[in-house]
Design a binder for this molecule. Structure first.
Ligand code: FES
Ligand code: FES
Length: 167
């Protein structure tokens, strides 16, 4: 089937099976590898993108469900004000370790701040719990979200990965 959608502000027309996951349309048909494949089962959050502004798991979103909608990926997140603040905080606090999960983390974090501009630590942890990081960068992720929200950042959250793992 032919599907029209907008990806990072650009109109695209895709010829694909209706049940092809949006993740693979992005990576294979549109050559946008920033969105990562992790579990392929909706469990890890590595493939998170925004569909009409909502965070969705692109591995579980058939392309037919994206027809006529606006998709934002990690390649386009820096064009919004919140996305800009989140990516700046991620860089300032040097959040990634191996980096594999981080595109999904940033997409989820930006979706959180869009609907809750001053989240508590518990709200951040609850919202982000579907995004798994095998390098355990959770404390720096929380700190970066707080920094992007203009909230105080706990000193312990900005330690080195070794310090965090020991905490
Ligand atoms: S790859 Fe989609 S949730 Fe893991
Ligand atoms: S930074 Fe390595 S999986 Fe999260």
């Amino acid at each position: 089937m032919s599907v029209s959608l907008t990806v990072n502000g650009r109109k695209r027309v895709i010829d694909a099976e209706a049940d092809k996951p949006l993740l693979w349309v992005l990576r294979e048909d549109l050559d946008m590898p920033g969105t990562k494949f992790g579990c392929g089962a909706g469990l890890c959050g590595a493939c998170t993108v925004h569909l009409d502004g909502e965070a969705v798991r692109s591995c579980q979103t058939p392309i037919a469900d994206a027809a006529g909608k606006a998709v934002t990926t990690i390649e386009g997140i820096g064009t919004s004000d919140i996305g800009k603040r989140v990516t700046a905080a991620w860089t300032a606090l040097d959040v990634p370790q191996c980096g594999y999960c981080q595109a999904g983390q940033i997409m989820s974090a930006t979706a959180l701040l869009k609907q809750n501009s001053k989240p508590s630590a518990d709200e951040i942890d609850g919202w982000m719990s579907g995004n798994i990081c095998r390098c355990s960068t959770y404390l720096r992720i929380r700190a970066a979200i707080r920094q992007a929200a203009g909230l105080p950042v706990e000193t312990a959250s900005t330690g080195t990965p070794d310090q965090e793992q020991a905490a």
